[in-house]
Design a protein around this ligand. Structure first.
Ligand code: AMP
Length: 188
């Protein structure tokens, strides 16, 4: 099975992504984690994207597509993928779809984690204390939420039109969110 997880910052993509991948035996591919690893190990690519990420803007499509797509296709060839944080715009989805269709690696379901803005803010600022992420400060968070509304939210309609979308209430305990996702995927 191939699953996409989309949602605003703070909606629980990382937590749910890890749990679902483990539960379903899928490869967890987290776009933000892969990009942060490039920055932390100081690769040339990491050097080019550090400032963009610190501002909370999206890195260029060519960067994310070339980093993610080989992994997506390989995971689809194995047991399937649980992809979190990609695609993040309709343009990315269209490009990914062209490549995935050729390789029979298209998503079977898209999970949208929905939560109110105040709850997202509260969670991100709480996470900032624990994880110390460079982009978890109030200014950058406001920009990330704006980028989500402008670039990523249109994906909800895009995937609803394709009959793949499941909207999940992410404003509840993480165990309940996991249970709702598994139910939506038809897994008991
Ligand atoms: P995340 O860990 O998913 O919150 O992502 C952290 C940051 O990585 C984002 O604010 C973007 O700067 C970058 N990023 C993650 N996924 C993508 C993507 N699909 N396209 C462009 N930039 C991304």
């Amino acid at each position: 099975m191939n699953v996409l997880l989309i949602g605003p910052p703070g909606s629980g993509k990382g937590t749910q992504g890890e749990r679902l991948a483990a539960r379903l035996g899928l490869e967890h591919l987290a776009a933000g984690d892969l990009l942060r690893a490039e920055v932390q190990t100081g690769t040339p690519l990491g050097g080019r994207i550090a400032d963009i990420m610190e501002r909370g803007d999206l890195v260029p499509d060519t960067v994310i597509l070339s980093l993610l797509m080989p992994r997506v296709l390989a995971a689809a060839d194995a047991n399937g993928y649980l992809l979190d944080g990609f695609p993040r715009s309709v343009d990315q989805a269209v490009e990914a779809r062209k490549l995935a269709e050729l390789a029979d690696a298209s998503p079977h379901a898209v999970i949208y984690l929905d939560a109110p803005r105040e709850e997202l803010m509260r969670r991100i600022l709480a996470r900032a204390e624990i994880e110390g992420r460079a982009d978890d400060n109030p200014d950058t968070v406001a920009n990330r939420l704006r980028v989500f509304d402008e670039a990523t939210r249109p994906l909800v309609d895009y995937y609803r039109d394709r009959g793949l979308l499941h909207v999940i209430n992410a404003d509840q305990h993480e165990d309940e969110v996991t249970a709702d996702i598994l139910k939506a995927l038809g897994v008991e």
